[in-house]
Design a binder for this molecule. Structure first.
Ligand SMILES: Nc1ncnc2c1ncn2[C@@H]1O[C@H](COP(=O)(O)OP(=O)(O)OP(=O)(O)O)[C@@H](O)[C@H]1O
Length: 472
């Protein structure tokens, strides 16, 4: 029987939920105090917790953070007094399963519980571990497409956080901005969101906006009628029409011309499009995911990107971590790409010399997964069976080690194993110093964000973003 805990300082809500959910066959406990709730979580495993956003003794978001630490397998749903998309986005980003608004509606509550329990079950059965020659544990992506075996989820702290966010946002219809460095896997994440949504099985269309010229963009996105312009010899459906019912992924969105942004805004607002040269509007039902490797808010301040469009897209955002921050998964990715390369090149290279793995751990991988895949494909081609040695690596990767002269705390998962030191450039050093100051101030003010923001001379939103960035 699923165990549910209700934490709400309104005793009526506690009693109401207890009576209702017990009747529905759940094992329910309640408390009006956040602190008592956390004590209960230490002693008992709950499948799901309903927690009020504003408790008398604690904030719901702090309860959520603590539950995530002490009982990561427990789902948390936040109860709020009113529908506020900001609160929703914030709590979901912090790891809540979902949120419900008062007055509580029985059907909504039951629906949420069923989804939360199903998601826990799916997470458990999707975790497929397998053993490599090196006793390496990896987690394969379990998308429904035939390419799923080409992708690895990873089991490190950063990867888990990433896929948790994906699992949270995928079933919704929210637009998502996916941030990340080039080659970090943004498109793969967009595809995973699509595959984990109700739109799976419908089209997924990926468009590189960086490759669309101003002239091409309109016809590519909205399509055109025959004779709409010189050269339009036949009619052509645009990519939004092709994606109808499914998901469209607009990569490098900041590169779209102003004109195209205006067209896109109209489409997003009215959910209708008109082909170039056409006379009729067509209704379109497409979920939009966008990616950028530059900060879109910055692009807005620079006047490069329309603010209204940014707000439409930024219903949720996900950052795909760079490979160098996924230290706990570097070995797994290396073996994964070796397996793919062996298949593709019909080779039987069976591993890496220790020195190569050390180089991989220390190298900052500016081109991320794409770069690693290419490096390993090349090394597999150059190797005659046996293990890959450093002689098969491009000199710039081997050479990069020589510049590893600075001290850097190890990053990666929380396995507690000592990790090789990472090369530290000026940018990383500045970020580390910033994270350190933030950590100290937050500890000083017991994680009271308003006070911390005041003390640091920044607004709460900036503080929140930085806490997320540095995982504080
Ligand atoms: N989880 C993964 N497991 C294995 N390979 C991956 C994974 N994610 C991405 N890749 C591979 O890494 C390469 C880059 O991935 P992808 O195109 O998704 O990155 P991107 O961030 O969208 O890149 P860009 O910024 O250049 O558009 C691809 O070859 C892809 O197959």
């Amino acid at each position: 029987m699923a165990k549910i805990l209700v934490i709400d300082d309104n005793i009526d809500i506690c009693q109401l939920l207890e009576r209702f959910l017990t009747k529905k066959g759940y094992d329910v406990e309640t408390t009006i105090s956040g602190k008592t709730g956390l004590e209960m979580v230490k002693k008992t495993f709950y499948d799901l917790i309903f927690c009020d956003f504003k408790l008398r003794d604690m904030e719901g978001r702090d309860v959520l953070m603590k539950v995530r630490e002490t009982s990561p397998g427990t789902q948390v749903a936040i109860i709020t007094g009113y529908a506020d998309v900001k609160i929703a986005v914030e709590v979901i980003k912090n790891g809540a399963f979902d949120y419900v608004t008062k007055p509580l509606i029985p059907d909504e509550i039951i629906n949420l519980i069923e989804r939360a329990l199903a998601s826990t079950k799916a997470n458990k059965s999707n975790t497929q571990t397998f053993t490599k020659a090196t006793n390496l544990k990896s987690e394969k992506s379990t998308g429904s497409d035939t390419n799923s075996s080409k992708f690895l989820k990873g089991t490190g702290k950063e990867s888990k956080k990433l896929y948790k966010e994906v699992a949270l946002v995928a079933p919704t219809n929210l637009s998502v901005v996916i941030y990340g460095e080039s080659g970090a896997g943004k498109e793969n994440i967009a595809r995973t969101i699509h595959e984990q949504s109700e739109r799976a099985g419908k089209p997924f269309v990926a468009i590189d906006c960086g490759a669309l010229t101003k002239e091409l963009a309109g016809s590519e996105l909205w399509g055109h009628e025959k004779g709409a312009f010189t050269g339009a010899l036949t009619e052509k459906a645009g990519q939004f029409e092709v994606a109808d019912g499914g998901t469209i992924f607009l990569d490098e969105i900041a590169n779209l011309s102003y004109e195209t942004q205006v067209g896109l805004l109209r489409l997003v607002q009215e959910r209708k499009l008109r082909r170039i040269g056409g006379t009729k509007d067509k209704s379109i039902d497409v979920r939009i995911l966008v990616a950028s490797n530059e900060d879109l808010r910055q692009a807005v301040s620079d006047g490069k990107f329309r603010e209204d469009l940014y707000f439409r897209f930024n219903e949720f955002s996900i950052t795909v971590p760079p490979l160098r921050n996924r230290q706990g998964d570097i070995e797994a990715f290396a073996y994964h790409f070796l397996e793919l390369s062996n298949d593709e090149l019909n080779k039987k290279v069976f591993g890496f010399e220790q020195q190569v793995m050390d180089i991989f751990m220390e190298y900052p991988w500016p081109g991320n997964l794409r770069e690693m895949r290419n490096v390993i494909r090349r090394a597999t081609l150059l190797s005659d069976g046996g293990k890959i040695s450093s002689a098969a690596l491009p000199p710039e990767i081997v050479y990069a080690r020589k510049f590893n002269f600075t001290e850097s705390p190890s990053e990666g998962d929380s396995s507690g194993k000592s990790k090789p030191k990472l090369p530290l450039n000026l940018k990383d050093a500045a970020a580390e110093a910033e994270a350190e100051v933030l950590r100290k101030v937050l500890e000083e003010v017991k994680y009271n964000r308003t006070q911390a923001a005041k003390q640091l001379g920044i607004d709460r939103k900036t503080l929140f973003n930085k806490m997320k960035q540095y995982d504080l």
